[in-house]
Design a protein around this ligand. Structure first.
Ligand code: BTN
Length: 210
């Protein structure tokens, strides 16, 4: 079931409070306490896309979500990249992001996209600034369909698809206590980076492009 509401604290929080079924979801026109990754606040004024749904735990799920969104955008003429694990970038600026929260055997997947709203984040972009307008319910239907079929794909297939949208491989990146050059995404979904001592580091944390 898709729940539609005009205002809520956070669509992710709402879903975690109820024991809902797989593919139950919620979209809100705005959020008063939108949440981003690493405890950050997610600006959620009217005009943005704030959607969360319940999925089964699966290897590479954050990557699956990023690819699914990037594919829909591509089908609408927008060339988006996924910055591992699941930041959505257009022209190097942040268009949206994904917050996955594990809850037992379920994962609450939250998706935020700048549509007609504008974010105060430095280096952000919105669909309207790019000259695009996407119907939210149509987007949800396409997104759910993509996710349903991607859940059936093998890890190799998912990583192969991810390479179409990746923007990190070959680039120099830094993280909290190191820096290096990105080599690949591992089968377990980690970012593999070669550091200055030629060691391979398998990262789960976010990185910054240098
Ligand atoms: C990020 O930090 O890039 C992830 C942002 C995720 C925001 C979305 S908006 C819908 C859902 N509800 C929330 O409170 N957060 C996610």
């Amino acid at each position: 079931m898709i729940n539609v509401i005009d205002n809520i604290n956070s669509t992710n929080t709402w879903l975690t409070e109820f024991n809902l079924d797989f593919f139950d979801s919620i979209i809100s026109l705005e959020q008063s306490e939108g949440r981003g990754r690493q405890g950050r606040f997610w600006e959620s004024s009217k005009g943005g896309f704030y959607y969360s749904l319940v999925l089964a735990k699966k290897n590479l799920l954050p990557i699956i979500v990023g690819i699914s969104v990037a594919e829909i955008l591509y089908e609408n003429g927008i060339t988006a990249k996924v910055k591992w694990p699941n930041d959505l970038l257009v022209e190097g600026k942040k268009l949206g992001g994904v917050l996955c929260q594990v809850q037992g055997e379920k994962v609450i997947v939250g998706l935020g996209i700048n549509m007609t709203n504008s974010s105060s984040l430095e280096k952000s972009i919105s669909l309207s600034a790019l000259g695009f307008n996407i119907d939210k319910l149509d987007f949800i239907n396409k997104f759910n369909d993509k996710i349903r079929s991607a859940m059936e794909h093998s890890d190799e297939h998912i990583i192969q698809q991810f390479l179409n949208y990746d923007c990190l491989i070959g680039k120099r990146v830094s993280w909290e206590d190191g820096s290096g050059q990105v080599v690949k995404i591992s089968e377990g979904g980690r970012l593999v980076v070669r550091d200055s001592s030629d060691d391979l580091i398998f990262l789960t944390e976010e990185v910054h492009l240098q």
